[in-house]
Ligand binder design. Structure first.
Ligand code: SF4
Ligand code: MG
Length: 318
């Protein structure tokens, strides 16, 4: 079966000086199948949002490609490009900044409908139905974004994304700016919508417990590269990369017996700069298992058991 989305050796470098490249994304590859949710996780600055932005053409890749439904998204015809803009939507981290403050909810949610040729007299009805889908109602149509709470604003963002009947939605930290009390509501709504509409998600987040709850598979990034990927069950029960192990050990364990057994693995030092990174394992300076080889050779991402890939020299000894 062909994946719906294929990210292939994707690189996004930003020039920060005459001889300096900030390698935000450096040779990242993964696939997403129709109807699944892939969680893309890592600390802030690891390149996960940049990867998401390349996948919807908010950024052009420096190298590599993104294939959607069998086609390179940078090589689409005009008509295909228009369809791509409809099929692929994004929900942003900051629901306030991503909504135009001078537009009413009706205009925000109806904008895409208008662009995609929905007749004027139908737009009101469609917007109303969309608002009801996300737990708002028609009384909200003439209001402006500032009149809503953070959670409601994110619902407006979701209604806007849904308006054009997309196939694939990139959710970039959709709940991390929201109060903890409403995070679960929004996540559950996204899950229900996925089931009802057969949506495919890329779920970008730094919070591993949220990702565990919503994802079928997880891709872990560190400093612009993928260090591990696996099915969710497998990744959380059998992590292999030292970085993934450390991240998982930091999730609070509710069960006190298990909490005692779990050693919290500290990650020493800070994330190094992604500017002109050395040809080595990018986690080497912070890894308690690092050897000379780790400081001199980039570990390849390879399959250690079906569907489970790890980029670490330790895997060679297994
Ligand atoms: Fe640690 Fe070496 Fe593996 Fe990198 S390659 S994670 S430094 S053991
Ligand atoms: Mg981000």
């Amino acid at each position: 079966k062909q994946p719906l989305v294929q990210v292939k050796h994707l690189c996004k470098y930003f020039k920060v000086g005459r001889h300096a490249d900030l390698k935000a994304v450096d040779d990242v590859s993964f696939d997403i199948y129709k109807g699944e949710t892939v969680g893309l996780v890592g600390e802030s600055g690891c390149g996960k949002s940049t990867t998401g932005r390349c996948m919807i053409r908010l950024y052009e890749p420096t190298k590599g490609e993104v294939i959607y439904d069998g086609k390179d998204i940078t090589k689409l015809s005009k008509a295909e490009q228009k369809e791509f803009c409809r099929k692929v939507q994004m929900i942003f981290q900051n629901p306030y900044a991503s909504l135009n403050s001078r537009m009413t909810v009706k205009e925000i949610v109806g904008e895409g409908l208008k662009q995609h040729g929905v007749p004027k007299n139908e737009i009101d009805k469609r917007v109303q139905a969309l608002l009801e889908t996300v737990g708002l109602n028609k009384d909200h149509m003439s209001r402006f974004p500032h009149e809503f709470s953070g959670g409601q604003r994110q619902r407006i963002g979701i209604a806007r994304a849904l308006s054009v009947d997309p196939e694939f939605i990139i959710c970039d930290e959709p709940i991390s700016a929201l109060d903890v009390s409403i995070q679960a509501q929004v996540i559950n709504m996204l899950k229900d919508l996925q089931e009802e509409r057969g949506l495919t998600y890329l779920f970008v987040a730094h919070d591993l417990s949220v990702v565990k709850y919503i994802s079928d598979r997880v891709v872990v990034m560190y400093l612009g590269m993928v260090v591990e990927q696996a099915e969710t069950e497998e990744l959380y029960s059998n992590p292999q990369h030292p970085y993934t192990k450390a991240l998982l050990s930091a999730i609070p364990e509710a069960d006190p017996d298990k909490a005692k057994a779990n050693r919290r693995i500290p990650i020493k030092g800070e994330i190094p700069s992604p500017i002109n990174p050395k040809q080595c394992c990018r986690f080497a300076e912070r890894c308690e298992y690092a050897t000379d080889r780790c400081f001199n050779e980039v570990p390849e991402l390879r399959e250690v058991c079906p569907g489970h890939k790890v980029a670490c020299h330790l895997m060679d000894e297994k």
